[in-house]
Design a protein around this ligand. Sequence first.
Ligand SMILES: *[C@@H]1O[C@H](CO)[C@@H](O)[C@H](O)[C@H]1NC(C)=O
Ligand SMILES: *[C@@H]1O[C@H](CO)[C@@H](O)[C@H](O)[C@H]1NC(C)=O
Ligand SMILES: *[C@@H]1O[C@H](CO)[C@@H](O)[C@H](O)[C@H]1NC(C)=O
Ligand SMILES: *[C@@H]1O[C@H](CO)[C@@H](O)[C@H](O)[C@H]1NC(C)=O
Ligand SMILES: *[C@@H]1O[C@H](CO)[C@@H](O)[C@H](O)[C@H]1NC(C)=O
Ligand SMILES: *[C@@H]1O[C@H](CO)[C@@H](O)[C@H](O)[C@H]1NC(C)=O
Ligand SMILES: *[C@@H]1O[C@H](CO)[C@@H](O)[C@H](O)[C@H]1NC(C)=O
Ligand SMILES: *[C@@H]1O[C@H](CO)[C@@H](O)[C@H](O)[C@H]1NC(C)=O
Length: 609
Amino acid sequence: MWSLKAVTPALGGLFLIPDLAFAQSDSGSGAVSFPDPTGVSTEYASTTFDYSAASTTLANDDFSDERLAFLWNQVGPIATGPVTTTVEATPEPSAYSDPAAGFHPYIPSYFSNLSGYSLPEGFAWGVASSAYQIEGAANAEGKGPSIWDFLSHRVVNQVADNTTGDVVGSHYFLYKQDIARLKGLGVPAFSFSISWPRIFPFGKGPINEEAVQHYDDVMAELAQQELKIAPVLFHWDTPLALFNEYGAWSDRQIVDDFFNYATFIIQRYDHLVEEWFTINEPQYCNWQYSYYPFGTYLPLYNNATQGAKARFTCGHYTLLAHAKVAKWYHEEFKGRGRITFKNSGNYFEANSTSEADAVSVQRNYDFVLGWFNHGVWNDGDYPQVLKDTLGDILPTLTDDEKALIAGSCDFFAIDPYTSYYAFGIEDFDSCVSNTSHPGFPECAGSTQLAPDGFPAGPSADPGASWLYDTPTGVRRFLNVITKELFPAVPDIQVTEFGFAEPFESELTSLQTILWDLRRTDYYQGYLDNILAAIAYDGVNVTGAWGWAIFDNFEWGSGVSTRFGLQHVNYTDLTRTPKASFYSFIKWFEDHGAGASGSEPANSTYRLMH
Ligand SMILES: *[C@@H]1O[C@H](CO)[C@@H](O)[C@H](O)[C@H]1NC(C)=O
Ligand SMILES: *[C@@H]1O[C@H](CO)[C@@H](O)[C@H](O)[C@H]1NC(C)=O
Ligand SMILES: *[C@@H]1O[C@H](CO)[C@@H](O)[C@H](O)[C@H]1NC(C)=O
Ligand SMILES: *[C@@H]1O[C@H](CO)[C@@H](O)[C@H](O)[C@H]1NC(C)=O
Ligand SMILES: *[C@@H]1O[C@H](CO)[C@@H](O)[C@H](O)[C@H]1NC(C)=O
Ligand SMILES: *[C@@H]1O[C@H](CO)[C@@H](O)[C@H](O)[C@H]1NC(C)=O
Ligand SMILES: *[C@@H]1O[C@H](CO)[C@@H](O)[C@H](O)[C@H]1NC(C)=O
Ligand SMILES: *[C@@H]1O[C@H](CO)[C@@H](O)[C@H](O)[C@H]1NC(C)=O
């Protein structure tokens, strides 16, 4: 006979479970009886549960170690890599390899007539990265989890190769060598993002001293090596606690929490910074935020379910968060530098001369770039076409909010990785009035096949299936942005561009990996076209940043899709510059923008209007 072991519940006395006893003795017709367990165990403890009777809960203003542990339990066990503590740099070699010293020259320029042109004085260039993609050390030194710790660990099929950012390049511990190598190679600047949940493990509340110490060290190291820095305050790693509490970017509270975080960072480091980026690619609300598993893995707030509602609510508070910080930066704080956000956006060319294709080009721009930039460079409001199409789905901006947004960027930052052909869709009229139409709200087609059906350029790794190498598109795009879409823009920077060599992670021999021909060609072609936009078209391009400093975690594709200018060996964390990196650096040397400390270029730069 088994017996329930009596326990003492918090508020009651000794008791047995009465319903079980009743069920067993009930002999009425249709009665169901329940057999006693037999076998391994004959004793069970029991009690009653009532969470509302708890004397303590882990409230959102509980900033204790216990609550932090609770947040990490939500994510699950975190892996550690071969390096778990900060490593001092060892001397870099006095000379690096030269890929063209072998039998294969660098990729030649597409514009032999550009050889006489130098970049304008003060042109900003370097390599870019983001915290979650390169730092690793996911739960080290008091960091709180971000949404990406959670997604990569908990959400099935969120990351195609089931990898996480737990370890990746472990830049958090290896930053000294990473910085020393940039210096040694002659790269003058580094753009990286700061991790919000490192500084504020709960997204708000107390600051994590160890994280501040860490970023102080990183900044000091960069300053010592005379590398310029262009920090990004937010690159998608929203503190998980803010999703639990109010749904993060689906709620207005995020504006003040971001402001609280951003203003702390800016006040601490502004003396070292010339250009700040508030937000990396607010357009991520489209293809990331709006696909987060609200209502299943994550609580649902503000009815911001997956899809258009989440997407435009996220965009709304993201834009306001940026604008609030930017206005504060100039008007109250009187910062010494410039501030903007980085745009995701690609070039669209009409597939044909038809009116429908022209409309499609414009709608593709409006729903990506216009959404965030129309207001900044005009009256602070969303483009009319978004209002007309979206109706109630698009939040309304008040006059005060429009005033905040207008003029909140000092320059335009674009990440113009690739190009598309735009075409009008057949049922356009029913699409724009039907929120259930699969093409809603853009109702604008696009393809990476040229009108004759051939691919628009060489394709990247299948994990970056959206990426084709389309160098002539970037020149046209820089013209379109500054002359047609947003003529008020004073200057533009290419804040990311780069290429994922196809199937690179399947190669096992470093010898095979290092001569990355397609990536080298991509950089050569894009850089030539950026310079052509300056030299031949008079576009005021003031910077270009290669993505990425080394191989990293490519979001939904994981670490298998490699964008690095340096190879990362994920077994021992060794980094090795690829041919593309040498070629990238040489291009800047050839065009008069050497490393920091080198002789200023004899600029033959002139505009040919
Ligand atoms: C420079 O060369 C390119 C590519 O050959 C050509 O398209 C362009 O017209 C030339 N530009 C000038 C100003 O000579
Ligand atoms: C990733 O994990 C999911 C769920 O466990 C599994 O179905 C899938 O096959 C895994 N993918 C790879 C590439 O291992
Ligand atoms: C969410 O949707 C429900 C049902 O449509 C509505 O009653 C409620 O007011 C909505 N809540 C918010 C915060 O919009
Ligand atoms: C809206 O689009 C959906 C999905 O294509 C379709 O099933 C539905 O019939 C459309 N409604 C109208 C009114 O056209
Ligand atoms: C693009 O234009 C070509 C040539 O006019 C045409 O054959 C093709 O169908 C068009 N593509 C799309 C997707 O409309
Ligand atoms: C380019 O932009 C910078 C920064 O806004 C400005 O100082 C410079 O005068 C501009 N150059 C040209 C040629 O317009
Ligand atoms: C990565 O490092 C491991 C351990 O040092 C080594 O066995 C392996 O060959 C390296 N892989 C590549 C691609 O170099
Ligand atoms: C720059 O180079 C040109 C062409 O070689 C030369 O004529 C000119 O004197 C140089 N200017 C300076 C300031 O060194």
